[in-house]
Design a protein around this ligand. Structure first.
Ligand code: AMP
Length: 385
């Protein structure tokens, strides 16, 4: 039975008035802890042994004699031999005693099995616990089914390799680095066969993943990741906020496209099929005439999530889109939690978030503002799951 609000109430009853903001130490932990520190909340990073230095050393909080932070934003780091152990019963007990509220990022949902997060992890999450699973493309119900339900445009699905009749992208995990992508693009069935054989031989993809890979139309247009926030505490018409927009830097795709065409063609065969490993992010704004449609889609997403996964989306979420040649957003992926690309605006705030809030408003800070408001109004149960 998945954990619900009823399981949370007795846990919250024991919590301090102002909770501690916790995040898994990877992905967007600096954004989350920086935002919490700006709002005067205590912070905790849950790190894996060998990967803790960024938090425990370079961003650790230093306080002056009065106790005010003068440097850094990570107050405490708890290190586990493996990330997954942060969900062990003793670790959960320790998190609860500490008054920790975990802000889920992709690292949490990648390193702790979803079954454990859904059914066993009795620590409050800020956001929508039940929606973390929609990111798994191999699930029967995932973000595509939710987007279709909401009437949001997605890239056209192609039934199988033999039906490839246009430029398409084949989506499957990387063979060895399971959290990374083994995506490749193809335009014809013969090309699919040739490229997939080559990638299997190179050890980039596995036949078992290929058999269940999603094949979809490749949307020729720039990628815009729209970082939203939905507040269940706000009056109904003010709940949805667009904070900022980012794009990815992907290796080795971005290196390849910076070469002139003749040099690309001169590369050895194996180097001509790019990989899509996200290595960083850039910032973007969008033509204002496009914003109307972007808000419409996000409102539909919020409504569909409330209907299908009550209480629906809470807090940050990201609609990852390609804009087609008519400037229409096509959503190819969804993060039902803070997106990794929000890092581009950490500390300085998102452009749209700042315009809305009249002060620097990063995604991490927006989470902390919501948590503080919920705590002050005795409404934590409305933003936690
Ligand atoms: P994702 O793993 O869904 O975040 O996708 C990784 C990257 O693949 C994106 O940043 C895009 O560059 C690209 N991508 C994914 N789906 C599509 C699509 N249908 N059309 C064009 N590019 C896509």
């Amino acid at each position: 039975m998945p954990l619900g609000v009823a399981d949370l109430r007795p846990v919250l009853a024991e919590y301090p008035a102002t909770p501690v903001v916790a995040a898994v130490g990877s992905h967007s932990a600096i954004d989350i802890t920086d935002g919490a520190a700006t709002e005067g909340l205590a912070t905790l990073v849950l790190a894996e042994a060998g990967r803790e230095a960024t938090y425990a050393r370079y961003f650790r909080t230093v306080r002056d004699p009065r106790g005010d932070r003068v440097r850094g934003c990570v107050d405490e780091v708890w290190t586990f031999p493996r990330f997954a152990e942060l969900a062990s019963p003793p670790a959960q007990e320790r998190l609860r005693r500490h008054g920790a509220i975990v802000v889920p990022n992709r690292a949490l949902s990648s390193y702790v099995p979803l079954d454990v997060l859904e059914n066993e992890f009795r620590v409050p999450l800020f956001g929508s616990r039940a929606m973390l699973r929609i990111e798994e493309r191999t699930e029967r119900e995932n973000y595509y089914t939710l987007l279709e339900r909401a009437g949001i445009p997605t890239p056209k699905r192609i039934a199988g390799p033999e039906a490839i009749d246009r430029l398409a992208i084949v989506k499957l995990p990387h063979a060895r680095r399971r959290l990374e992508r083994g995506f490749f693009t193809v335009a014809r069935p013969e090309e699919y066969r040739a490229k997939s054989e080559q990638l299997i031989a190179r050890g980039t993809i596995l036949p078992s993943d290929l058999a269940v890979a999603r094949i979809e139309e490749y949307v020729l247009g720039p990628v815009f990741n729209f970082n939203f926030f939905f507040s269940p505490l706000a009056p109904k018409d003010d709940g949805l906020e667009l904070l900022g927009v980012d794009e990815r830097r992907e290796s080795d795709l971005d290196g390849l496209v910076r070469l002139p065409a003749d040099q690309q063609l001169a590369l050895p065969e194996a180097a001509r099929i790019p990989e899509y490993t996200v290595v960083g992010h850039g910032t973007l704004t969008v033509r204002e005439s496009i914003l109307d449609e972007v808000f419409r889609l996000a409102e539909r997403f919020v409504a569909a999530s409330r209907e299908r996964y009550p209480p629906g989306i809470i807090g940050p979420f990201c609609l990852q889109t390609c804009l087609d040649k008519n400037g229409r957003p096509v959503v190819f992926d969804v993060a039902a939690r803070i997106g990794g690309g929000t890092n581009v605006h950490l500390g300085v705030g998102h452009p749209y978030g700042n315009a809305l809030w009249r002060r620097p408003m990063s995604s991490g800070r927006r989470v902390a503002v919501e948590l503080r408001r919920a705590a002050a109004e005795g409404r934590l149960a409305e933003v936690l799951t």
